[in-house]
Design a protein around this ligand. Structure first.
Ligand code: 13P
Length: 257
């Protein structure tokens, strides 16, 4: 059993992703991608990807890194002022999308049911996703974090077929740890990741599906704490904010595997 679990952990994709949020201007974005690509060298153990502001996707189209979009609208096209469709994002080089980042949920009031529409639109476009989940501090303090996160998954993700589910990457980002310098402890992170995997197993009645989903941690993850977080059996990488804006620290995080 221990052997099987270890094999599952080894065979899951390891990912370190940089979410640049609303930072940098074009020149800085290009310089950062170039510096990361150069420093990355032959580290093939982990897949690196970056999520720049969407207006810079086109300029980063030819980088060797995987580049994705932080957000999109689920409609094909139409009267959605200021929004971008999946076709438009594909057109400028996005090959993966984030869905349900807590900043989208909290600041732009994106609900679980709206995020479900985004999940369906991404699958209709064969666009890989990183689905973000995570609880606010009040829920953590109330002791109901796993129930809260499980509901996010249930209402936005668990309608997917088993075949679709194995293609999903999940990012667990406790809201109280984002941009605060207060990272989850390894025990807190591992317990939640294990709980998420158990929820997938319970829903799909399959440990194979549960074991194949990569679950990333996000929230004040940096070059100093990445190694201990990534050593957790159920942590398969990181979704990095602040520390992803510096090539050396982003690469140091990737090299923590
Ligand atoms: P920080 O790494 O800045 O805490 O941000 C995490 C995050 O929100 C990544 O999506």
């Amino acid at each position: 059993m221990v052997k099987e679990k270890l094999f599952a952990k080894m065979s899951r994709k390891k990912i370190v992703a940089g979410n640049w949020k609303m930072n940098l201007i074009a020149q800085e974005a290009i310089a950062l991608v170039e510096a990361i690509a150069q420093l990355k060298q032959n580290n093939t153990a982990v897949e690196l990807m970056v999520f720049p502001p969407a207006i810079y996707l086109q300029a980063l189209k030819h980088t060797s890194l995987k580049v994705g979009a932080q957000n999109f609208h689920p409609a094909e096209k139409g009267a959605f002022t200021g929004e971008l469709s999946l076709n438009q994002l594909k057109d400028v080089g996005a090959s993966i999308v984030l869905i349900g980042h807590s900043e989208r949920r909290e600041l732009f009031l994106e609900s679980n049911s709206f995020l479900k529409e985004k999940v369906d639109a991404a699958f209709a476009h064969k666009m890989p996703i990183i689905f973000c989940c995570g609880e606010p501090l009040s829920i953590r303090e109330a002791g109901t974090a796993l129930e809260f996160v499980t509901l996010q998954l249930t209402e936005s993700l668990f309608h997917l077929s088993p075949v679709q589910m194995v293609d999903v990457t999940i990012a667990y980002e406790p809201i109280w740890a984002i941009g605060t310098g207060k990272t989850a402890t390894v025990e807190e992170a591992e317990a939640m990741h294990k709980g998420i995997r158990a929820a997938i197993e319970a829903h799909y009645q399959s440990s194979v599906i549960a074991d194949s989903v990569s679950i990333l941690y996000g929230g004040s993850c940096n070059a100093t704490n990445a190694a201990e977080l990534f050593a957790c059996p159920n942590v398969d990488g990181g979704l990095i904010g602040g520390a992803a804006l510096d090539a050396a620290s982003f690469i140091a995080i990737a090299n923590a595997f």
